[in-house]
Design a protein around this ligand. Structure first.
Ligand code: SAM
Length: 323
């Protein structure tokens, strides 16, 4: 199992397959995706070599992310290749719900185990204000279809935004009451590009968690290897509620994830200073070098990010790496 110098073990890889996104979320890409030059994203063969190397070294779960991963025409092939990699137990996908209703069955048939769908509001007008469009029809239809497939875990990601959806979070909690869907509130993170927006919109996830506790929600004990998310259940709700609270104390202590950019760079932290290029090693004859390189790089994983001090590393937006 991959381990860093601080004793943390890594079983989870977040793999960006494109940095292109078709939405304009105001906290991420308010002006839309800006294409400086045409990028060569990892090919299916490179993804196969890369995931095999990480799986040989103990990675069991791969989350496909982006940009918007559904924009890649070969997404089903990517899911299947990862699913068929010896050692990989779980393939997950994070999507903005673009054409979810059209594609989710095919993703399930390709081997997808877990689906996270970003949904910042159930109110079409609010959605338009946050993400630049009202995608509720394809999102809700897509989720209904997803529930009929073999996908065993469905989660909703909602970024907490003081000036936008914060007053509506009870609607989302009420909505999952009769659904086997987990709601994940994500604390807004500061990036290089959203500093002013961040200052106006950041809300502490702990504040919401405290409110839930007062309303009878109870924390679910999770294993140390389960990662930094906190999850709550309520006896009257089928759906659970969780939090990703990167500004909370000790958040990085339970970090169990590594990130690969769509250009094949290993990022040891979402808010690190740079990625380490693995691409030159993504050929079949360089397996040993690739394994040794990943192992050596892990020693440089920092103990914590410096988000509390307003330092976002080289991360201009989360579409760059997939969150
Ligand atoms: N396009 C896909 C999607 O929208 O789910 C995957 C990539 S997106 C970068 C992954 C997640 O990061 C989404 O749930 C999005 O809402 C979240 N996100 C983006 N920027 C963020 C920020 N500054 N703080 C917190 N979450 C953010």
């Amino acid at each position: 199992m991959l381990q860093d110098a601080h004793g943390r073990e890594f079983s989870y890889l977040r793999l960006s397959i494109t940095d292109v996104c078709n939405y304009r979320c105001n906290y991420c890409l308010p002006d839309g995706y800006q294409c400086e030059s045409k990028q060569q994203h990892l090919s299916l063969d490179e993804i196969k070599t890369l995931v095999s190397a990480f799986a040989r070294n103990g990675i069991e779960k791969v989350r496909i992310t982006g940009g918007e991963p559904s924009l890649r025409r070969d997404l089903c092939d990517i899911i299947t290749v990862i699913k068929n990699t010896p050692g990989i137990k779980k393939v997950a996908l994070t999507t903005n719900a673009h054409q979810l209703d059209r594609h989710v069955k095919a993703w399930a048939n390709a081997g997808l185990d877990a689906l996270n769908v970003s949904c910042d509001s159930l109110d079409g007008r609010m959605l338009k204000a946050i993400i630049g469009r009202n995608n509720l029809t394809e999102l809700l239809n897509g989720l209904a279809i997803a529930q009929t497939t073999t996908i065993s875990s469905i989660k909703i990601n909602t970024v907490l935004l003081k000036q936008y959806n914060y007053a509506q979070i009870q609607d989302l909690i009420a909505w999952v009451k009769d659904k086997p869907i987990s709601l994940r509130f994500i604390e807004l993170m500061q990036t290089l590009d959203n500093k002013v927006y961040f200052e106006k919109n950041h809300v502490s996830a702990q504040h919401v968690a405290d409110k839930l506790t007062a309303e009878g929600w109870q924390a679910i004990q999770r294993s140390k290897s389960a990662g930094p998310a906190k999850e709550f259940y309520h006896p009257d709700s089928l759906g659970k509620v969780g939090f990703i609270a990167p500004y909370s104390k000790d958040f990085c202590q339970s970090c169990n994830r590594l990130r690969i950019s769509s250009l094949g760079k290993l990022h040891l932290c979402l808010f690190g200073e740079a990625g380490h290029d693995l691409r030159p090693l993504l050929t079949k004859d360089k397996q040993h070098q690739l394994d040794a390189c990943i192992d050596a790089l892990l020693n440089d994983k920092p103990l914590s990010h410096f988000l509390h001090q307003g330092i976002s590393g080289c991360t201009s937006d989360l579409a760059m790496l997939g969150g």
